[in-house]
Design a protein around this ligand. Structure first.
Ligand code: UD1
Ligand code: CA
Length: 464
């Protein structure tokens, strides 16, 4: 039987107290819904139907903007009014083929594992309806799985409709079900809304089938954490921790990364590592980051969309984005690489140095307190402390080009557009403009001549 997946994402998420639709809140740096779609796709379904409603355009835009490989076979269907989970599934049914097996996932349950879903589908395949349950010591807010005296399934009761005794039950409904399309088409219209919330509950389907003598298969998950629904900011924070723990675990298991503390690492995107990397505490990785072999990232670094070559060391509190670093770079502490840099082998960028849209040649060093922007620096250049590329004239940005083996003395201003030939030596305090016509090997200094006034008498305050 072919598999079709329905993802419920129409709810407002009142308990989030936010203008953003609930399923668009991020976990691990991306919207909850995109995790669910990715997991859905891993099951290779014939189709994925995302049910939208509250601020539907925003949710539909997320789907439209997904990468091609995640988007294939995904379409959105609107639920006119948010009248409950049964109504939401019903909204998708016209799009679902009659002979499909349907898996219902929730946009607010982002961390469900693909392997668990495969087991669930397999174990409940023979029943018209399968329900995925889990055990938790904190079942508040969840629908409870009510079993009969012999331990068989009876029905699902929502928290708000449950008796005190039923509320003690710790087996909860994860919300995830698997049902034959024909079963949904026949039975969903029979669900009423006579309950505490006046909604059409998908959970009532299980009780209805049961009372009509049809089999409902319950599959109890071995875990709860990845199945926890996110209804509030508190639960969102919980989900974030769970997600981060999973990523830390993956970094250690898959790449053998040494993490100073797996609980103090944040990956908000994807992080790939070579062998023998070390990551100290409190680092944040965003977007797509790739580390080569033996890369060390010291404490407190924030790294976004960067590639860092073998044997590089990023010292504490470095902030970098959109940069490509070749081998054996040493960056920081307290360095800032803005987008658009390429640093060749053995480049050193030290403390309080900012680099933007620049190519820095192999072996070049800028140790302290500099700004290098819109520049091309050759190889083996010494950039003295306080060197500034004056790239902006108030209206336009201009380029600075510095040849190989130039020595730049401290406190030099390179007024762009400007080009410094190779092997030039620039004396400290020089203002280097395009009017300077130096040739390879020259010394350039623009300091005023020193003057010594012997026995200089300082001005004195005049008596009033
Ligand atoms: C639901 C279940 C509960 C279960 C819990 C698991 C029902 C009635 N209750 O409760 O048994 O323990 O999930 O997390 O099913 N949605 C729509 N349209 C609607 C209403 C909701 O698309 O009209 C979507 C929401 O966007 C959300 C999902 O369905 O992604 C679940 O809705 P929510 O209101 O969060 O249900 P819970 O109260 O958590
Ligand atoms: Ca929920």
């Amino acid at each position: 039987m072919k598999l079709e997946i329905v993802i419920l994402a129409a709810g407002k998420g009142t308990r989030m107290r936010s203008d953003l639709p609930k399923v668009l809140h991020p976990v691990g740096g991306r919207p909850m819904l995109s995790w669910v779609i990715e997991t859905a796709q891993s099951l290779k379904p014939a189709a994925v139907h995302v049910v939208t409603g509250h601020r539907a355009e925003l949710v539909e835009k997320l789907v439209a903007d997904l990468p091609e490989k995640l988007k294939a076979g995904v379409s959105c269907v609107r639920q006119a009014r948010q009248q409950g989970t049964a109504d939401a599934v019903a909204a998708a049914l016209p799009e679902v083929s009659d002979n499909a097996d349907v898996l219902v996932l929730y946009g607010d349950t982002p961390l469900v594992r693909s392997e668990l879903l495969k087991t669930f589908i397999k174990e409940t395949a023979d029943a018209p309806l399968g329900v995925l349950s889990a055990h938790t010591d904190t079942p508040k807010g969840y629908g409870r799985i009510i079993r009969d005296a012999r331990g068989g399934f009876d029905c699902i009761i929502e928290e708000k409709d449950a008796s005190d005794a039923q509320r003690l039950v710790k087996e909860i409904n994860t919300g995830i079900i698997r049902a034959r399309a024909a079963v949904l088409k026949e039975w969903l219209p029979k669900i009423g809304n006579h309950n505490a919330q006046g909604e059409y509950y998908l959970t009532d389907l299980a009780g209805l089938l049961r009372r009509s003598g049809l089999q409902v298969a319950i599959c109890k998950a071995p875990e709860f954490e990845t199945l926890a629904g996110v209804n509030s900011k508190f639960q969102l924070a919980r989900a974030e921790r769970c997600c981060q723990r999973t990523q830390s675990r993956r970094l250690m298991d898959e790449y053998g990364v040494t993490l100073a503390d797996p609980e103090r690492l944040e990956v908000r995107g994807s992080l790939e590592c070579g062998r023998d990397c070390f990551i100290d505490i409190n680092c944040v990785f965003e977007g797509q980051v790739k580390l080569g072999d033996r890369v060390t990232i010291c404490a407190g670094c924030v790294i976004k969309d960067c590639t860092i070559g073998d044997d590089s060391v990023i010292s504490p509190y470095t902030v970098m984005e959109g940069s490509e670093l070749h081998k054996e770079n040493t960056i920081g502490p307290f360095a800032r690489l803005r987008a658009g840099n390429v640093l060749e082998d053995r480049v050193h960028i030290g403390d309080f140095v900012e680099v933007k849209k620049s190519r820095i040649g192999a072996g070049t060093k800028a140790g302290h307190l500099s700004y290098l922007g819109d520049a091309k620096f050759g190889k083996d250049i010494n950039v003295g402390a306080g060197t500034i590329t004056c790239n902006y004239d108030g209206a336009n940005k201009h380029r600075t080009v510095v040849g190989d083996d130039v020595f730049i003395g401290s406190d030099t201003q390179l007024v762009a557009p400007v080009e410094v030939p190779a092997h030039v030596t620039i004396g400290a305090g020089t203002t280097y403009t395009h009017r300077i016509e130096a040739k390879e090997g020259d010394l350039v200094i623009t300091r005023p001549r020193e003057a010594v006034v012997p026995g200089f008498a300082r001005p004195q305050k005049q008596a009033k």
